[in-house]
Design a protein around this ligand. Sequence first.
Ligand SMILES: Cc1ncc(COP(=O)(O)O)c(C=O)c1O
Length: 424
Amino acid sequence: MSFPAMTESSAEYSKAKNLFPGGVNSPVRYYDPYPRYIAKGGGSRIYDIDGTSYTDYCLAYGPLILGHAHPSMKKALSKASEIGVNFGAPTEFEIDLGTLIKSAVPAMQRMRFTSSGTEATMHAIRLARSFTGRKIIIKAEGCFHGSHDYALIKAGSGALTHGEPSSPGVPDEVAGSVAVASFNEIDSFKKVIKEKAGKIAAVIVEPVMGNAGVILPEKSFLAELREVTSDNDILLIFDEVITGFRFHYGAYHSQIGIVPDLITLGKIIGGGLPIGAFGGRDDIMSNVSPEGRTYVSGTFSGNTLSMLGGIETLHALKGANYSKLSEMTGKMCSELSETISKKVKCTINQIGTMFQIFFEKESVRSYSDAIGSDQKQFLRYFRFALDSGIYMPPSTFETNFVSFAHTYDDLQKFISMTEEFFRQ
Ligand SMILES: Cc1ncc(COP(=O)(O)O)c(C=O)c1O
């Protein structure tokens, strides 16, 4: 594997280690022996400081569905550079983005912007607790809802990659207020609901798991979850930070005809600028301060820069051909699956423009299936891809994304790289 000892990236990494724990500002960015440092991006490609270019399937972990340095982002940045980036006072841009989101996601009758997905889920959980007057939250094992205390319990993403699905430092009292059930196993949710009857404020799930690799909801799972939560007066929160505006111009729940009580968004709605949002039923949202007593605030919430990024991105996405891109991704995944299955057992889970490859597994429908896949083989594959000019997230517990900037040729190269990996 060509991780040469002395590259510009390795030199930067030596400096970074003295500045940042593990040399990075978010754990998922680290891989052995050092991460490649990116100098710039354009369309589907990124370029490292050693001059190597890569087709990017990480896309900053999801926001860049239009690709890097898209004209809409340039427009947003240029406007913000003229008028200022944040005023700490209301602007019409918040209304513009809020209106765009509400018209595409009607279940967000009202919303509040935040600066990250982490903040969005943290506030949604607090709101659910204050609205219901109950304490317990149920989450699904391997779902990731950001890095606040209530979410770092049996979490996915980097927490799982680095072997700390439940982080030290989360107080026992906090951990004790979060119960865990299994995605796609409705009986496991029903069991917890029965055991903790009358004490549960909300169930929070990613409707498509995107942080233990890609795991699709099975046929009736989410509908049954809606039913059992409604029957027990428990709020249902769909964390659509990844899935919002990912598969069509709107949220995933509208595609499957299930209406959650609260929804969290992030990533795409800022087009690559820091953002999050939570919202939902009007009677719940009216409890948010200053209208209600549930406190939620942020210096950067609704900042002009992120609002402009979101407005321009959503305008660009309005006419985008999501089905063509999904079809292209699906075709690539079928070919990949055919290529890999000739050599080793594998499962490729794909939905729309999200996909992940699990080695040595015939099906992956749960967190435990995902962690049972061959992670060493995945890392060999990841490194080979990197050396071949393909940049994937460095973990089988993440998601590959395809953007509107990716071409048919880009996807063909992914297939050829895979063929070559197995040939060698
Ligand atoms: C489903 C989901 N929720 C919440 C978050 C947290 O978002 P952020 O990283 O913007 O804080 C993430 C991040 O990847 C996510 O995938």
